[in-house]
Design a protein around this ligand. Structure first.
Ligand SMILES: [Zn+2]
Length: 137
């Protein structure tokens, strides 16, 4: 017999501005505390399972005029969930994603500069030790 899936889900009924009601299904890891209806809303970039702030959108589609159905993935614990979010919540998420992109780009720049400085040091040492000769070029 197959093992039960290691995830559970929550169904939340949402009324869209158009009046249409949709059931939003969110998949969460088994054992995750999902029964906190009055808990403060976490930013979308924060993973409800592991708490890291690198959640990324993997898909989205417009629902009505001011909401989006978004699928999210946490690269740290691989939790995947989907739900419908309002534009203001997604605007905050967009800012967090931009900040994350800038942070990664800054780290990449530092790493590239450190690698380049290391390459130059090794090249200077090789030249000084006569380990590089004209025939190398
Ligand atoms: Zn996570």
């Amino acid at each position: 017999m197959a093992q039960p899936a290691p995830h559970t889900h929550i169904i939340k009924r949402v009324t869209l501005p158009s009046g249409k009601q949709v059931d939003v299904v969110s998949y969460v890891a088994a054992g995750t505390d999902v029964a906190r209806p009055n808990a403060p809303q976490q930013p979308l970039a924060c993973c409800p399972s592991c708490g890291h702030d690198r959640v990324q959108p993997t898909g989205w589609s417009e629902v009505g005029t001011s909401h989006w159905h978004v699928t999210l993935r946490c690269p740290d614990c691989e939790e995947r969930r989907e739900a419908i979010f309002g534009q203001s919540e997604l605007d905050e998420f967009d800012v967090a994603l931009d900040e994350g992109t800038r942070s990664v780009a800054a780290d990449l720049d530092l790493l590239a500069r450190a690698n380049m400085a290391d390459d130059i040091d090794r090249f200077i040492k090789a030249l000084g030790g006569d380990h590089i000769v004209p025939e190398d070029f």
